[in-house]
Design a protein around this ligand. Structure first.
Ligand code: MLT
Length: 408
């Protein structure tokens, strides 16, 4: 019989969000009359804005004409989109990025999961605890870790706890790590990193010879103008960091799928013989081999995000979600909940009441208030006793959810 990849057997149960979905389905099957409010997975609820829809409709019509039909596009993404990304997200913020350093993809989850393929199998990774599970699970699948220990950590991963004690600002890895995953604004805690802190991370990566994988999928929710949106706003970051960006939460593309990754050509790794190789060339080889590009229609929709009207329309959606975040923060804060995040991020991280375990609070909220959130322990052992609420709900649901939670 054919052998399986046994690394998969090391994975803890199922992926977090399907597991939540399974529990919610079981509850709703047994309680069909109850209306469930979902503030769990960070999925947007507002529809695509008119400028994006119009651009996609026009592109679809173009595809139906002999002259406007597009077959396989460039795997890396169309220049019309890449140039808009560079101009809007980097040049305007004083960062120089060239066209061949941006790779358009179908999502940051895929990018953050696939990126580990271009690093040696014996590279050691460091992650924050709690953490977006994709960073860890994809390295487990690849065989970079041992089994889970009694504490709930995988052997051979360096964990950097982000707790109330350090204001959710993890310390640098205590042992040598080749690859450091950082996510700011943070999923799940909703906290951000100041420019000074990011500069310390970049300096640390230079000193320790590590690479930072910087997930900034939530940058558009930053309200404080002093907080960097890109790690490349820090001098020297291009030699040590890869950045992930997404249209999912910024512009409602969770179903439409479009994201991008930036790999500066200055970022180098070495072979076992000591030869220096740019990670950009490796990723380019991988991307063009395993991916056929995001559809023309989708990339046209993404391009419209950068038009003046597109910016105005998505800006209104972001404000709507951030107002949700404010309502949750203040509503639950006034009821005695200890609240973190939600100021520059669409996630609110709260301490569970009465020292309940995260999954106990999940079950209580579901059964008593029909609200779905995300148990903090699903993001790692340091998340135990915490709970994440998403601000991506519809306003009426957010208001009802606050009221229902206050009544518990
Ligand atoms: C989350 O809820 O953490 C995100 O929606 C997950 C994702 O973007 O894949």
């Amino acid at each position: 019989m054919t052998r399986i990849n046994e690394n998969y057997l090391k994975l803890k149960a199922g992926y977090l969000f399907p597991e939540i979905g399974r529990r919610v389905k079981a509850y709703s099957d047994a309680n069909a009359d109850k209306r469930i409010i979902r503030l769990g997975i960070g999925d947007v609820t507002l529809p695509l804005v008119p400028s994006i829809v119009n651009a996609m409709v026009e592109a679809a019509k173009e595809m139906g004409t002999p002259g406007g039909f597009h077959g396989y596009g460039p795997e890396q993404g169309y220049s019309f989109l890449i140039n808009k990304i560079i101009e809007h997200d980097y040049t305007k913020r004083g960062v120089k990025i060239s066209e061949d350093e941006v790779f358009v993809s179908d999502g940051s989850k895929c990018d953050a999961g696939n990126i580990q393929e271009i690093f040696s199998l014996d590279s050691k990774i460091a992650v924050v605890d709690p953490v977006y599970p994709v960073y860890v699970d994809t390295n487990v699948m690849a065989g970079r870790t041992g089994e889970v220990n009694a504490h709930g950590h995988y052997e051979n991963i360096v964990y950097m706890p982000a707790t109330e004690a350090n204001n959710f600002e993890p310390e640098f890895p205590k042992e040598k790590a080749d690859i450091i995953y950082l996510c700011y604004p943070n999923n799940p805690t909703g906290m951000v990193a100041t420019k000074e802190r990011l500069a310390e991370w970049v300096a640390f990566a230079h000193k320790s010879g590590s690479i930072i994988l910087f997930d900034s999928a939530y940058e558009s929710f930053i309200q404080d103008p002093t907080i960097p949106k890109s790690i490349y706003e820090i001098e020297g970051a291009k030699e040590v960091a890869i950045e992930f960006r997404s249209f999912s939460k910024t512009a409602g593309f969770t179903g439409t799928r479009c994201a991008y990754i930036v790999i500066p050509k200055e970022l180098k790794g070495k072979t076992s013989k000591g030869e220096e190789i740019s990670f950009n060339s490796l990723w380019s080889r991988r991307h063009t081999t395993k991916f056929n590009g995001v559809s023309y229609v989708t990339q046209k929709g993404a391009e419209a995000v950068f038009s003046a009207q597109g910016q105005k329309e998505i800006g209104e959606q972001i404000s709507y979600y951030m107002e949700n975040a404010r309502l949750i923060r203040e509503g639950l804060g006034a009821s005695g909940y200890k609240i973190f995040g939600g100021l520059n991020a669409p996630y609110i991280w709260l301490k569970t009441p009465r020292n309940l375990k995260s999954w106990e609070f999940f079950d209580e909220l579901l059964s008593k208030a029909q609200i779905v959130g995300t148990p903090g322990s699903g993001f790692g052992p340091a998340g135990e006793g915490y709970f994440r609420l998403s601000a991506f709900g519809k306003r009426e649901d957010v208001l009802s959810a606050i009221e229902r939670i206050q009544k518990i």
